[in-house]
Ligand binder design. Structure first.
Ligand code: CTP
Length: 424
């Protein structure tokens, strides 16, 4: 492995391209991977070159492009490329390519490399809805997933013709984040992603709530939603089903996540209350407003032009503490396991760590992920956290990318999940 843990920087990534029109979007994915510091090799199927030619892949990846096992025989390319990869991403994967993968064909460089590799494999299918929903394809996808391959759900929307439905290639940004989640994930014995959340249902809140003061203004916070998103991507590659309560997040939906958009703390509270009884775990990564306007003004609040000193008094009231409420609502049931987040700066003679310990005991969640924001993390790619249990004792630490932090949180969560999955 050449890559640093938790990052695509320096990783050797093999990008396989199937023969679908969506191959043009893969050019953006390759750019994104190269931009993240990866050393990318592209292995297109011969038929895919009808859509995007070798020159494009060579220019973007800075490597010669091979398609057949009979090229560069002296260097045994069909074995070496698969052996050397730290990660394989296939986009788009056609129904035919999924079928060939499932039965273990090795009739071109890409499929031969897939038999050789011991790296995580992320597959982004794209095809017409009828082909995606065909029993053969569904069966192939199920078998590939059981083997530890991450097959992303296609996006729903307009397809090549006038039709629309599930079958669109997810946006390159979303595939890139899934790739990041896969390369950072814990591994199974064959080097693939460990699917320790298969059969589990997670509810994750992300982003920051907005509390309207009047029709044009609101109280908000700096949360970007990136930590919640990283958790969603990480949980999905580990096999979970994810419901993502997104408070004002402008990021591409992780492929396969059920996105539940909300605005205010009250809306988030409603969505969490509606879903928390149907999941194995609740992760509250959202930054929730503690106060909202006592009375939202129906019309824009005006300044009094005649008096330069006049300032409106905006009365606030407390919002529901969703995390605390969820812990109380659970009562003695083991479900859902509950994870909170705490961003602390310290003050009043107490350190940030001390305040986090107090908060862990007060909130009563199974885990509290604490970060010291004295140095600032909002919107940043990296994070450093201490994970506390409900007594406020440290159980783990994690530093690095938000993806690495996400996997560390899931590592602790997975051993605290209820014995019987909600879906059982
Ligand atoms: N949280 C919540 N509902 C709220 C406020 C916070 O569920 N109304 C959740 C957050 O999603 C997070 C955890 O509680 O998981 C801690 O959030 P934080 O803002 O640090 O805690 P507060 O209880 O608001 O404490 P304080 O602002 O006093 O530090």
């Amino acid at each position: 492995m050449s890559s640093a843990p938790g990052t695509l920087d320096g990783a050797r990534v093999l990008v396989g391209v199937g023969a679908g029109i969506a191959a043009y979007k893969t050019a953006h994915l390759v750019r994104g991977l190269v931009g993240a510091g990866a050393d990318v090799r592209v292995a297109p199927t011969a038929a895919s070159l009808e859509f995007v030619g070798a020159a494009t892949w060579e220019a973007l990846s800075h490597h010669r492009v091979l398609t057949s096992v009979f090229e560069d025989i002296d260097q045994v390319a069909h074995v070496r490329i698969g052996q050397e990869a730290d990660l394989v991403v296939i986009a788009p994967a056609t129904a035919d390519l999924l079928a060939r993968m499932r039965i273990g064909r090795a009739d071109d460089l890409l499929t031969a490399s897939l038999l050789v590799t011991r790296a995580p494999v992320v597959v982004a299918p794209a095809m017409h809805t009828e082909m995606w929903e065909h029993p053969s394809t569904l069966e192939n996808v199920r078998v590939l997933r059981e083997r530890g391959i991450t097959v992303l759900e296609p996006a729903v929307g307009r397809l090549t013709g006038p039709d629309s439905g599930p079958g669109r290639l997810p946006e390159p940004e979303a595939i890139l984040e899934a790739a990041r989640a896969a390369i950072t994930a814990p591994r199974d014995e064959r080097g693939g992603v460990r699917r320790d959340l298969a059969g589990r249902e997670l509810l994750i809140s992300a982003g920051g709530t907005r509390e309207d003061l009047d029709p044009v203004r609101f109280l908000a916070n700096h949360s970007s939603g990136r930590q919640g998103w990283a958790l969603a991507h990480a949980a999905l590659v580990r096999g979970a089903r994810v419901r993502l309560a997104a408070a004002n997040v402008g990021l591409e939906t992780p492929p396969g996540a059920q996105r539940l958009d909300v605005g205010s703390a009250a809306e988030l509270a409603r969505v969490i209350a509606e879903h928390r009884g149907e999941v194995d775990a609740l992760i509250m990564a959202a930054a929730v407003a503690d106060f909202t306007a006592a009375d939202r003004a129906g019309a824009k609040i005006k300044k009094d032009d005649g008096d330069d000193e006049s300032v409106p008094a905006i009365a606030l009231r407390r919002t529901e503490d969703i995390l605390r409420h969820s812990v109380l609502d659970r009562g003695r049931s083991p479900r859902p396991a509950i994870v909170g987040f705490a961003a602390e700066t310290g003050g009043d003679g107490a350190t940030a760590r001390e305040l986090a310990g107090v908060k862990a005991r007060r909130k009563g969640a199974d885990l509290l992920v604490f970060n010291d924001i004295t140095t600032g993390v909002f919107g940043a790619a990296d994070n450093a956290v201490t994970i506390l249990d409900r007594e406020g004792e440290e159980v783990a630490r994690a530093a690095g990318s938000k993806t690495a932090v996400a996997h560390a949180v899931l590592d602790e969560l997975v051993v605290r999940l209820p014995d019987v999955p909600w879906s059982a």
